[in-house]
Write a protein that binds this ligand. Structure first.
Ligand SMILES: Nc1nc2c(c(=O)[nH]1)N=C([C@H](O)[C@@H](O)CO)CN2
Length: 122
C-alpha cells in the first residue's frame, strides 16, 4: 500500500518571473503537489502522514519572495515537502497562466523529486 497526499490546483499570487517588468508585482500561479508517503507510513494520524495545510503554507511562503523561474519554485517546494513527514517522493506542478502574451497559453513545469534515502541500491 502507498498513500498519496495531494493538493490540486492551489491558486497563488506569486512574486515570479525573470523579466524586469515582473519585479515588484504578483502574478497568478496554480500549484499541485502529490506526496507519496514512505512504505511504512499508514496515515493513522498526522505524525504518520502529512498535514495538507502545511503543503499550502509552504507554497504560500515561497510565493512571497521573488523567484525567477517557475522551475526554481517547483524545486524549492518539492524540497520543503520532503521534510514535512514520512515522504518518499514529491511531484510538484507549477502552472503560470499569464506567462505568454495575449493569454495564448499557460506554461507548466512538473518536477519529480525523491528522498535520497529511498533511492534504489541495486
Ligand atoms: N523554462 C522557463 N522559461 C521561462 C520562464 C520560466 O520560469 N521557465 N519565465 C519566463 C518569464 O518570466 C515569462 O513568464 C514572462 O516573459 C520566460 N521563460
Amino acid at each position: 500500500m502507498s498513500i498519496v497526499i495531494s493538493v490540486s490546483d492551489l491558486p497563488l499570487s506569486a512574486c515570479i518571473g525573470i523579466n524586469p517588468d515582473e519585479a515588484g508585482r504578483r502574478q497568478p500561479l496554480i500549484v499541485s503537489v502529490d506526496l507519496t508517503l514512505a512504505a511504512g507510513a499508514q496515515g493513522a494520524d498526522l505524525t504518520d502522514s502529512v498535514d495538507y495545510r502545511r503543503i499550502v503554507a509552504e507554497a504560500e511562503a515561497i510565493a512571497d519572495a521573488h523567484i525567477g523561474m517557475i522551475e526554481t519554485f517547483a524545486q524549492m517546494l518539492a524540497r520543503r515537502c520532503l521534510s514535512l513527514g514520512p515522504v518518499r517522493t514529491a511531484v510538484v506542478t507549477v502552472v503560470k497562466p499569464q506567462a505568454l502574451p495575449h493569454g495564448l497559453a499557460s506554461v507548466r513545469v512538473m518536477l519529480d523529486r525523491e528522498q535520497p534515502l529511498f533511492k534504489s541500491v541495486d
